[in-house]
Design a protein around this ligand. Structure first.
Ligand code: GLU
Length: 299
């Protein structure tokens, strides 16, 4: 029987809050209950946002929570070559193009299209407008000239082509603790439009790095928040295109603030370190995030 492999994959761009505590504790509990492995992966591929002091604070918080995980900690910044190889295989199949539009140019293209068609421009599941087709339709010579002139660009997936190539996609969504029946979810990556897979900011964007890492690290069970539920469609697409194994998925509930929104670093949700400084115990944190019992650390 294969040993289940779980992972907690924080981005070191701010302090952990209760939403992260819930996620890591569910993963750690499940790993302990199944005699599985528990990995921590620091998602530091976006060099413009990752900070070593955040990484240190995250690891301190995990110790405080009593999370048991395998050392060494995995780091995305150590896998640039793996991401490049994956990207290369997509480039070779003509699935990638260079996108040059600035935010202002994107906004102008969308206004022009909305005016022309009289219809609102489509948005992705996170509410961001889909990337216009200007760069996808641009002749290669013109793109070469822009790149040679030093215009910065990102690499995007040609979603229409990719979806055609991959065929129908789905994933298995499991319930809490992977008990009870699971559901087959039809994946609709087209809803995201031409997603960015790499850019000047990083050798791989989130979607690409996460599927390469999960495969590389043998992750069998992806347990993460519902905020990433729809992103799983893009991950299934990339796994299929890259011939990677498909993990089981469980997207857990989110911790909501008093305004009914999910906690977020950018909105300054109270960090775990603040709770620790206020003298809270592990058991109290478990209770705050709605987890029963002492947990696997037993403290
Ligand atoms: N790094 C992501 C985050 O902090 C999580 C990625 C994942 O679990 O797939 O939101």
């Amino acid at each position: 029987m294969t040993v289940p492999v779980f992972r907690f994959a924080p981005s070191p761009n701010g302090p952990l809050h209760l939403g992260h505590a819930l996620s890591v504790l569910i993963n750690a509990d499940m790993a302990a209950e199944t005699n599985g492995r528990m990995l921590v992966r620091i998602e530091d591929v976006d060099m413009t946002r990752a900070r070593p002091e955040h990484e240190r604070a995250i690891l301190n918080d995990l110790d405080w929570l009593g999370v048991v995980y395998e050392r060494p900690v995995r780091r995305q910044s150590e896998h640039a070559e793996d991401y490049a190889a994956a990207l290369h295989s997509l480039v070779e199949r003509g699935l990638i193009y260079r996108s040059f539009l600035s935010r202002t140019e994107i906004a102008a293209a969308i206004v022009a299209e909305e005016t022309r068609s009289g219809r609102p421009w489509p948005r992705d599941p996170d509410g961001a407008p889909l990337y216009p087709s200007i760069d996808r339709d641009r002749p290669v010579g013109e793109a070469d000239a822009l790149a040679a002139a030093g215009r910065p660009y990102a690499l995007r997936l040609d979603m229409r082509k990719a979806v055609r190539l991959a065929g129908s996609l789905s994933w298995q969504e499991f319930g809490d603790r992977f008990v009870g029946p699971h559901e087959t979810i039809v994946a609709d990556p087209s809803a995201w439009g031409d997603v960015v897979l790499a850019g000047k900011f990083a050798p791989a964007a989130y979607h690409l790095a996460v599927v390469v890492d999960d495969a590389l690290q043998g992750v069998t069970d992806v347990v993460r928040g519902r905020d990433l539920y729809f992103a799983t469609a893009v991950h299934r697409l990339l796994q299929t295109l890259l011939g990677l194994p498909v993990p089981r998925y469980h997207h857990h509930r989110l911790i909501i603030d008093i305004d009914g929104r999910k906690l977020s670093k950018s909105k300054g949700a109270a960090g775990l370190s603040t709770l620790r400084a206020a003298g809270l115990t592990q058991a109290e944190v478990r209770q705050m995030v709605g987890l029963a019992g002492a947990g696997v650390s037993g403290k």
